[in-house]
Design a protein around this ligand. Structure first.
Ligand code: NAP
Ligand code: F7E
Length: 733
């Protein structure tokens, strides 16, 4: 001992190399104690739990290790005399309950008799010191009451527990007989990353880390029904110290007041690891059964709370997580982050400072409907999609509604005539057909692109068929060439529902430029957003006029147009004033506000960046999920078209045994949002109208039963994508 240390509190810890001993050493060193520890000679290194202390110069100066053995009275007495400690913490023991059945006599020596050896050494040397006895909830064994408290009678169920009962009473006896300061800490199970590897909690967390690392595929355990009151070890050594700071020695139960079975531990731990069913990894090995078991332990630590001010802080799931993370880390296994409280949504709000500036600009200028931002958005959007005009409307559905209405009017389609529409699309594509008193006729989709299957179109064409509503789903263009050919052959019009796909090309030509009219959505989660909103585009001036009028109560669109013209001749101005509120047909009020348009302009300025990030994310997901291709159909698209990745669709392959609901629940439980791919064929509304549709559209049915999509939007970063990939892999593990 150095001279500087003379005034320091001195503690002697038996079992300093164990879980509790090492945490207690940390605590006492932090409290500026001089710490002495008993270590036994071992042929292999047994000081891992203390290694970190030697990395800190100050701690190294304050810790002293001494060889000795709990079964060797002379070494204990000699050390106590030499160290002359203020506090002795007797934590050393043969502490494994199962093992105590194999080595009962040794357990009695190390766990029971060692206590009286130390107490006798104190008595004989007459050293004034306090003594802590590491008593155990195992003493309650076949419990006489639930919860167990200081007054609950003991009923030991193992040589270990019997030894601890002996040591407990020896401690009480020395307190009473010799007026010594002696405490019994009746500690319920407490665990940590430093827990011995053969105790059940640690065995499970190490086992899972091994499974995740791929070095093991089974975990062998015994009785899963036993229940324990598990706490976090560093908090329990604080209780030990607090007991020793009281005026008198006493006995205290230290527990959480919660009990969980081994099964529940497995549930939480495997769940944290992202593995949905632990049963396939856990096997029961009767070797781990005990001749007599302790079925339930549940402690009542109210005395410690009242007298010591001690209470547990770490919850059961937190404890499991701390242990699992530590074991995964030491194997270099990346545990799926369970910190994630935020959902990984299918879309995102990605509003930058410029967008706020533009919206503010509108508010400051007080032109709240169709102003310069609307005009700019319409012009640039039209240009990008090779159309001569675009009209901003209040949703993609409104755009579709107008498109069908305008064509019906221009081409004089009659009620109940038919429009072909893919069997997998958002319900609005079909609804707007019905709302215009026309009939949607479904066409099955391609197994690869999920877009309308050109090979299926002709068999649905009748005399009443007037148009094909081509939907470009999830960001991928439909196969336009054969569709155009069929449309020509049967004199059908093409309407493009491009609500989910913008800025991409099919064979070098932009989507939106193939149909007589094309419709886009800027709803939240779409490629660019205005909150809600949409655009309807065309290169046909008659259609453009009709759309404009229909979107604006049926006003005479000629006069709508010149509303904005500041350089009108006097004659034209007079004409406009006279006619601008003439309503020439039945129309809607589908306009968008200027604030929304301003938002859209800011988004449009970032379209390349948005698209690039989405593609990059999708590619990363495709590569990460690549090894699961035998089970999962990943997005794929032909070289002649681009993909905008509005969403990331996935379909469980026919040969897989995986159930969609299990996978979807697994992802949702891990905060990854999923959405249905929305086949129309199982929508109650259409089933009511058309009867059983699923049997007639096998691909749509397959998609309905096996498909869903997740997000790959621009706000997902590498960590999110790794997390998603890991969650998938853990499911299929
Ligand atoms: P542990 O990790 O098993 O540590 C036991 C310590 O005792 C180790 O340092 C070990 O040394 C030492 N030891 C064993 N036999 C020895 C011998 N013959 N001579 C010298 N040292 C010997 O146990 P723990 O979890 O830290 O528990 C600490 C104490 O609390 C034990 O008495 C235990 O029975 C009791 N307890 C534990 C819990 C719990 O849930 N953890 C609950 C209630 C009571 P080596 O490192 O060389 O093996
Ligand atoms: O067992 C069951 C086993 O060994 C807990 C020691 O610190 O706490 C500890 O004793 C339960 C038992 O701890 C396996 O049958 C199933 O019911 O983790 P354990 P323990 O026996 O409660 C007390 C308070 C102490 O004082 C002790 O020193 O888990 N179990 N399968 C298994 N247990 C182990 N070890 N291994 C298995 O494979």
């Amino acid at each position: 001992m150095s001279s500087e240390n003379k005034n320091k509190n001195r503690a002697f810890i038996t079992g300093v190399t164990g879980q509790d001993g090492s945490y207690l050493a940390d605590l006492l060193l932090a409290k500026d104690y001089e710490v002495h520890g008993l270590v036994r000679r071992s042929s292999s290194f047994n000081r891992e739990r203390l290694e970190h202390i030697y990395k800190d110069a100050q701690s190294t100066e304050n810790i002293f290790l001494h060889y000795g053995d709990l079964t060797d009275s002379s070494s204990l007495a000699r050390l106590i005399e030499k160290i002359n400690p203020d506090e002795i913490y007797h934590l050393g023991a043969q502490s494994h309950v199962r093992v105590s059945f194999d080595v009962p006599v040794y357990t009695a020596e190390a766990t029971a008799v060692s206590t009286i050896r130390l107490l006798e050494a104190i008595r004989e040397t007459r050293i004034k010191t306090k003594f802590y006895q590491a008593s155990s909830s195992e003493m309650f064994g076949r419990v006489r009451e639930v919860p167990q408290r200081e007054t609950t009678p003991f009923y030991p169920r193992s040589p270990y527990a019997a030894a601890k009962v002996y040591a407990y009473w020896a401690a009480v006896n020395y307190r009473e007989a010799y007026d010594m300061f002696v405490c019994n800490g009746i500690l319920f199970n407490h665990e940590s990353p430093r827990r011995g590897e053969s105790f059940v909690t640690r065995k499970i967390t190490i086992g899972i880390a091994d499974i995740l690392a791929g070095s093991k595929d089974k975990l062998y355990l015994g009785n899963l029904e036993a229940r324990r009151d598990w706490g976090y070890a560093p908090e329990y050594v604080e209780a030990m110290w607090l007991m020793m700071q009281q005026e008198r020695g006493d006995d205290y139960v230290i527990a959480t007041g919660e009990t969980h079975s081994i099964r529940e531990f497995l549930d939480v731990a495997f769940d944290l690891a992202g593995i949905k069913d632990w049963r396939q990894y856990v096997e029961i090995d009767p070797r781990y059964y005990r001749p007599t078991e302790v079925d339930i332990l549940l402690g009542d630590a109210s005395k410690a709370r009242e007298k010591l001010g001690w209470q547990p802080r770490t919850s059961f799931p937190e404890l499991v997580k701390i242990m699992l993370e530590a074991d995964c880390k030491s194997l270099g296994v990346q545990l799926v982050s369970t910190e994630r409280r935020e959902q990984i949504g299918v879309g995102c709000a990605d509003i930058d400072e410029k967008a706020k500036l533009y919206v503010n600009d509108v508010l400051n200028n007080e032109r709240l409907s169709h102003g310069p931002y609307s005009l700019r958005l319409e012009n640039e959007f039209a240009k990008l999609h090779a159309c001569s005009s675009a009209l901003l409307v209040n949703s993609g559905t409104s755009a579709l509604q107008l498109a069908v209405a305008a064509l019906k009017q221009v081409y004089n389609w009659q009620d109940n005539e038919e429009i072909l529409c893919p069997a997998v699309t958002f319900v609005a594509s079909a609804n707007v057909i019905l709302m215009n008193n026309l009939k949607p006729v479904f066409v099955d989709v391609s197994e690869q692109s999920y877009n309308i299957d050109p090979a299926q179109i002709e068999r649905h064409i009748t005399e009443k068929t007037k148009a094909i509503m081509v939907v470009h789903l999830f960001g991928q263009p439909a196969d336009m060439d054969p569709i155009i050919e069929i449309a020509k052959k049967y004199n059908l019009k093409i309407i493009e529902d491009s609500c989910e796909t913008m800025f991409v090309k099919y064979k070098g030509r932009p989507v939106g430029s193939f149909g007589e009219i094309s419709c886009f959505s800027t709803y939240m989660a779409h490629l660019i957003t205005t909150g809600v909103g949409g655009l309807v585009c065309t290169s046909n001036s008659v259609h453009a006029e009709t759309l404009k009028s229909l979107a604006n109560h049926g006003r005479d669109s000629i006069y709508l147009q010149i509303d904005d013209d500041k350089n009108l001749s006097a004659e034209r101005l007079e004409q406009t004033v006279a006619r601008r509120f003439k309503f020439i047909q039945l129309g809607h009020s589908f306009r968008l506000t200027e604030m929304e348009a301003a938002l859209g302009v800011a988004q449009l300025e970032r379209k390349d960046e948005i698209l690039e990030k989405r593609r990059e994310n999708a590619q990363y997901l495709i590569e990460g999920l690549g090894p699961l291709q035998a089970e999962l159909q990943l997005p794929s698209w032909p070289a002649y078209c681009e993909h905008a990745f509005m969403m990331f669709p996935l379909v469980i392959k026919k040969e897989s045994t995986v159930q969609k609901k299990d996978l979807v629940m697994h992802l949702e439980k891990h905060n990854i949002e999923t959405r249905e791919m929305l086949p129309l064929t199982n929508q109650p509304f259409y089933e009511k109208m058309y009867g059983d549709l699923e049997s007639r559209y096998p691909v749509a049915r397959w998609i309905n039963n096996n498909g869903f999509y997740i997000g790959c939007h621009q706000k997902l970063f590498r960590g999110d994508l790794d997390y998603i990939i890991k969650c998938f892999h853990n499911f299929f593990l």
